[in-house]
Design a protein around this ligand. Structure first.
Ligand code: HAM
Length: 406
């Protein structure tokens, strides 16, 4: 009798229509924020993942499906999407646009022990945002996650931590290493934890719960820049309606993360449905320019497992704008206004780097936006916006409520 390998599943009707709906809903959410779809190959050079995820990561170390092809190249079935997307951004010079928003959907492969919630072929929906150093990057991806949770009635709980940067993380790692050295004298994983002490925090072993709880905390070691970045991200995200919980033990499994990391849960105590974070040095590490990144990926099997019904959403937004503001004070109001437009099925993208207005305009132009909304002091005070047609150059003032169709 024939059968497929362990951990690989056939998706059959009546499950497949749920998958299609889910893919439409997730793509729709991403499109509302100006993300465009990218499709990278399933095979990459194995080295890409070893470098990006880290030689010591479980995924690169034990779980990758890798092989030598007939031409002698060492290839791997992709275990995740961030490394291939970063590779593609560099290869095709997408970063030259200044700010890049991409989303992807597709199968990933990890040779994990098959169990509930863990497959060897599974599927991810992910988004990656390149070019934003400011905490507005965090805010946008968290808002998008919140939107997905609302669209699907998921009740996602988000947990967040900061891993610091190359300035402050080494001191924390050293103190964690000393802690491992003194506490885990007989532990079978002692050597691994000594090599990379963050693996202790990342460990799911129940016997280490207490050890983890008493471990030194990164927040006592964060440098001022990291502290400020993290606090701004949290307070603005909360201000815009995202609920978050801080989790000092959240470390994530890959080496590419810097600063903010987060996970999302649909069931308390269950496996994470979403994982993500900032990776400010990955692009440079791959030989590209110094372009920061942030993103997340959702496991579709886990997501479907948490859903009763998958709602039918629109396939595409019904309109699309680029929103420009004239000063930092207005930026958060602009983000809130963008959220209201998205609620109405209108896609809105912003230049999260908060540059001068002409720079924001230039980005809108480069990205091919035909309609730009300008929200300056005066417009904001009158609950209006200026609508600019990028082709004709014509501008007109309109009430925000008119645009919202209220
Ligand atoms: P990750 O946490 O390894 O992150 O995976 C993200 C999600 O994929 C998990 O939360 C889970 O839902 C799903 N997943 C992972 N492994 C399996 C498995 N064996 N079976 C079923 N589902 C699984 C990443 O992959 C990063 N690339 C996320 C990211 C994007 N970070 C920044 N940008």
């Amino acid at each position: 009798m024939v059968r497929n390998p362990k951990g690989m599943r056939d998706l059959l009707p009546p499950e497949t229509p749920r998958w299609r709906r889910l893919e439409v809903a997730l793509s729709y959410a991403a499109l509302l924020y100006g993300y465009a779809e990218i499709r990278t190959p399933i095979l990459e050079f194995a080295e890409l993942f070893r470098k990006g995820l880290g030689d010591e990561s479980d995924v690169a170390l034990k779980e990758m499906y890798e092989f030598e092809d007939k031409g002698g190249d060492r290839l791997a079935l992709r275990p995740e999407g961030t490394a291939p997307v970063a590779r593609s951004v560099i290869q095709h010079h997408l970063h030259e646009q200044g700010l890049v928003r991409l989303y992807y959907l597709g199968p990933m492969f990890r040779r994990e022990k098959p169990q509930a919630d863990r497959y060897r072929q599974f599927h991810q929906f992910g988004i990656e945002l390149f070019g934003v150093q400011q905490p507005y990057g965090e805010i946008e991806v968290l808002l998008l996650l919140k939107r997905i949770s609302n669209l699907l009635s998921l009740g996602l709980k988000l947990k967040l931590n900061s891993l610091g940067c190359s300035e402050c993380r080494p001191q924390y790692m050293e103190s964690l290493r000393q802690y491992v050295e003194s506490v885990l004298t007989e532990d079978p994983e002692r050597e691994r934890f000594l090599r990379n002490p963050l693996k202790l925090l990342d460990s799911k072993r129940p016997d280490l719960t207490e050890v983890k709880r008493n471990a030194p905390r990164i927040h006592e070691y964060l440098c001022n820049d990291c502290k400020e970045h993290f606090n701004t991200a949290i307070s603005l995200a909360e201000h815009l309606g995202v609920s978050l919980e801080l989790d000092h033990e959240l470390a994530r499994g890959f080496d590419y993360y810097t600063r903010t990391v987060f996970e999302g849960f649909a069931v308390e105590g269950g496996a994470a449905v979403v994982g993500g974070g900032r990776y400010d040095h990955l692009v440079a590490y791959y030989g590209g320019p110094d372009v920061p990144g942030i993103g997340f990926a959702i496991g579709l099997e886990r997501l479907l497992g948490a859903l009763q019904e998958v709602p039918l959403t629109a396939v595409e937004p019904r309109d699309s704008y680029f929103l420009v503001t004239t000063g930092p004070e207005l930026f958060v109001s602009a983000m809130a206004f963008a959220e209201r437009l998205r609620d109405k099925g209108i896609a809105v993208a912003l230049d999260l780097r908060q540059g001068k207005i002409h720079k924001q305009m230039r980005l809108a132009d480069r990205l091919g936006y035909q309609k730009v909304l300008i929200m300056g002091e005066d417009e904001a005070q009158r609950d209006e916006v200026t609508l600019r047609d990028m082709v004709s150059g014509e501008q007109l003032r309109i009430k925000q409520e008119v645009l919202l169709g209220e």
